[in-house]
Design a binder for this molecule. Structure first.
Ligand code: SAM
Length: 313
């Protein structure tokens, strides 16, 4: 997951380094036919830092990441309030701030990379709550020219499952709209209200990136069953609800519970190729459909953490 102009410059100025990662015959946006060097190898990131002053491509990417982090932090700091409708058994929906700050940065980076490769479509967010991730993503979507579609019941969860109960994580559409108007870029956002089993029925708009934060196995399945065929062949999925060491078996998803179980069943039942990895923040998975057994996802969270760490993010 490196922006195209950076990969092109890397290939021109450091061919052996590019060749270590990229197989010209079989590499694409997110995958490579080469085994990606192990965690702890930061050669491409070090090359970027060495070229940050001379390379407009690297400088633009770093500037984008710095600005995204500043904007996401501002959303997290300003959105906070107690949720009067809170009902989650462990109190997870008492505070209005969900995804934001550094935890969304790898999604922001993925969007930048998708744009650099000309991948079109919308960003579909399933799981809005009070609009924390919606406000953040609206800012980068607007900058990159991706429409953001925010889909939710706006009545909270449809059912109980595990520690979740019906109605948890409720944010009304008016409340979300107000938050996005105050902290995000409202003109970048379109809302789809209703239960996914109905509201996403007949979905046929191309999707560049699908962001799933729906807590329940059934809800993850409801989303995937209706929108997966519209995901661009180079599109990517991010999901909440994944724990390292629990929900991944190498680069496959384990049949555990919640969202991971929804993804597991969806891909397993259809015999679809995919690979999945921890997505660069606690709880996050990056899922690359169509990734074959002998291909590797280019994104490695240690390398991204090294990059953002050196950028002071
Ligand atoms: C954890 S919250 C999302 C948090 C949000 N991304 C944030 O950053 O704050 C989960 C959301 O999924 C929605 N949801 C879950 N299952 C749904 C379904 N089947 N149909 C519609 N909305 C659903 C709930 O209404 C809730 O707003």
């Amino acid at each position: 997951m490196y922006p195209r102009p950076i990969i092109e410059e890397l290939a021109a100025s450091a061919p052996p380094l590019a060749a270590a990662y990229l197989d010209p015959a079989r590499s694409s946006l997110h995958v490579t036919g080469r085994p990606v060097p192990d965690a702890g190898d930061f050669a491409v990131e070090d090359w970027m830092f060495a070229h940050a002053d001379a390379s407009p491509a690297v400088a633009a990417y770093f500037d984008y990441l710095r600005r995204a982090k500043g904007r996401f932090d501002a959303v997290s700091q300003s959105l906070g309030y107690w949720n009067e409708d809170a009902s989650h058994s462990l109190g997870h929906d008492r505070w209005s701030v969900g995804w934001g700050g550094a935890s969304l940065l790898s999604i922001a980076a993925a969007l930048y990379t998708l744009r650099s490769y000309g991948v079109g479509g919308v960003v579909l967010e399933c799981g809005v709550f009070k609009g924390s991730s919606t406000a953040c993503l609206s800012l980068v979507c607007e900058e990159l020219g991706y429409p953001l579609v925010a889909a939710d019941s706006f009545e909270g969860l449809p059912d109980g499952e595990g520690h979740y109960g019906k109605g948890d994580f409720k944010g009304s559409l008016d409340e979300v709209r107000a938050n996005v108007e105050k902290l995000g870029t409202p003109q970048a956002v379109r809302y789809v209200k209703g239960w996914y089993s109905e509201s996403l029925q007949g979905w046929n708009e191309p999707i560049a990136l699908l962001w799933v934060d729906v807590d329940l196995q059934r809800s993850a399945l409801d989303v995937l069953e209706r929108v997966f065929p519209s995901l661009d062949p180079n599109g990517v999925i991010y999901s909440d609800g994944f724990t390292k060491g629990v929900d991944f078996d190498g680069d496959r998803i384990m049949l555990t519970g919640g969202e991971p179980a929804g993804f597991y069943r969806f891909f397993q039942d259809r015999g679809l190729d995919y690979k999945a990895k921890p997505g660069g923040a606690k709880g996050l998975a990056m899922i690359v459909p169509r990734c074959k057994a002998d291909e590797t996802i280019l994104f490695v969270e240690d390398k991204f953490a090294y990059l953002t760490g050196r950028l002071g993010l």
